[in-house]
Write a protein that binds this ligand. Structure first.
Ligand SMILES: Cc1ncc(COP(=O)(O)O)c(C=O)c1O
Length: 391
């Protein structure tokens, strides 16, 4: 049976060059980067190299990069760390209704603990936050605004530079969760004007368990992990050198190949959409029509049971996601689709297909054939003729 992975937004395969660099670090450079002897110095050099590569990928200075265990930790550190550092200013947080649970869950936790008051901004039908709505929500006691760069479910890209400007004019720090964007589209912290940015290696062909929070120089942040003075006192604990090396290598490769990767992803995604819209009726693409990630296709098939569709596709060797990998298995429409106002008859029949570096035109054609067939069967109609030519 053919097996096609179309869930690159959930995780990507580690590139061989990345695995090789990590393996070498594990076998040869296992010293503690904090040790002053040669073993430590060699490990420190690897960490410093990786820091520079990550900084280069997002237009930051190396000292602004704080290594974390991934996107979730970076989001937690950005939000809770800023709130704690700015408690003299207030305890009001602003975020959006379509954030990843790593952001929403952190805000909810802080509110539950009585440490924060949270305003959740609505989005339009494409999932975008309106800068005027943000401006109206910011208060004198607002200590941080957090809006994601690109949505993990529907792929919509937010007007981050505009939103960050609104905050800068009011001297309120701005965080963006760029976990889905970094390594897929050009991201530059200076051009965006953000104070904090989260990224994760496993979204761009690096290892799971490695990420970073980019912290603008001068931004005050309380550490969440206490102990040693690692990461300029912003995250205690011996650095995970192999994982950091993998993140650095993935960042280096992504920077070089960003344009080609974007073009390949766009071509595969568009082939998928052409096929789906040419062969299947009553289907919708969720998210913004143009301001979107190049590799994302979040589709709703009216009147189809999304869970059943996912299972049938799995039996056909196709791995994709029901809206958000983190919410998979939940029968309710995701918080993102609810925030977009997608009607239940559509929301219930949603799948997220995301293409990646290894995706081929044959993979896409196979997925289109299977989708056309399976959707027709689930709707109780005749299956589509196998191998029909794309319109
Ligand atoms: C937008 C977004 N933020 C945060 C995360 C969490 O990152 P991690 O899995 O590295 O903790 C993800 C992962 O899916 C994501 O897509």
């Amino acid at each position: 049976m053919r097996v096609v992975y179309m869930d690159y937004a959930a995780s990507t395969p580690v590139r061989p060059e990345v695995a090789e660099a990590m393996n070498q670090a594990m076998l040869e450079t296992w010293g503690n980067p904090s040790s002053p002897h040669r073993f430590g110095r060699e490990a420190r050099k690897l960490v410093d190299d990786a820091r520079r590569k990550v900084a280069d990928l997002v237009g930051a200075a190396p000292r602004e990069v704080v290594f974390t265990s991934g996107g979730t930790e970076a989001d937690n550190l950005a939000i809770a760390g800023t709130l704690l550092a700015r408690r003299d200013r207030g305890r009001h947080l602003v975020t959006s209704a379509v954030e990843h649970h790593a952001v929403l869950g952190t805000c909810e936790y802080l509110a539950r603990a009585g440490l924060a008051e949270v305003t959740i901004l609505p989005v339009d039908a494409y999932g975008r936050v309106d800068p005027d709505t943000l401006a109206a929500a910011v208060r004198p006691d607002t200590v941080l605004v957090s809006v994601m760069l690109a949505n993990n479910e529907v792929g919509t890209i937010q007007p981050i530079a505009e939103l960050a400007r609104v905050c800068r004019e009011r001297e309120v720090p701005f965080h963006t969760d760029a976990v889905q964007a970094v390594g897929t589209i050009p991201v530059n912290v200076r051009e965006l004007g953000v104070d904090l940015l989260s990224l994760a290696a496993h979204k761009f062909y690096g290892p799971q368990g490695a990420g970073a929070l980019v912290v603008r120089r001068g931004h005050r942040l309380e550490p969440l992990l206490h102990g040693g003075s690692h990461e300029r006192q912003r995250r205690a604990g011996t650095e995970g050198v192999p994982a950091i090396v993998g993140l650095g290598k993935a960042a280096e490769l992504a920077a070089v190949e960003l344009e080609a990767y974007g073009a390949h992803a766009r071509a595969m995604r568009d082939r998928l959409l052409d096929g789906v819209f040419g062969r299947i009726a009553d289907v919708r693409l969720n998210g913004h029509p143009t301001s979107r990630l190049p590799n994302h296709a979040h589709l709703s098939f009216r009147g189809v049971d999304g869970e059943a569709l996912l299972l049938k596709l799995d039996l056909l060797g196709i791995a994709c996601s029901a809206g958000s990998a983190c919410a998979a298995g939940a029968p309710e429409p995701s918080h993102v689709l609810r925030a977009l106002g997608v009607e239940p008859e559509w929301a219930g029949g949603s799948v997220r297909l995301t293409v990646g570096r290894p995706t081929t035109a044959e993979d896409v054609d196979y997925v289109v054939d299977c989708l056309a067939d399976t959707v027709a069967r689930l709707r109780g109609g005749l299956p589509a003729a196998a191998g029909r030519v794309r319109p």
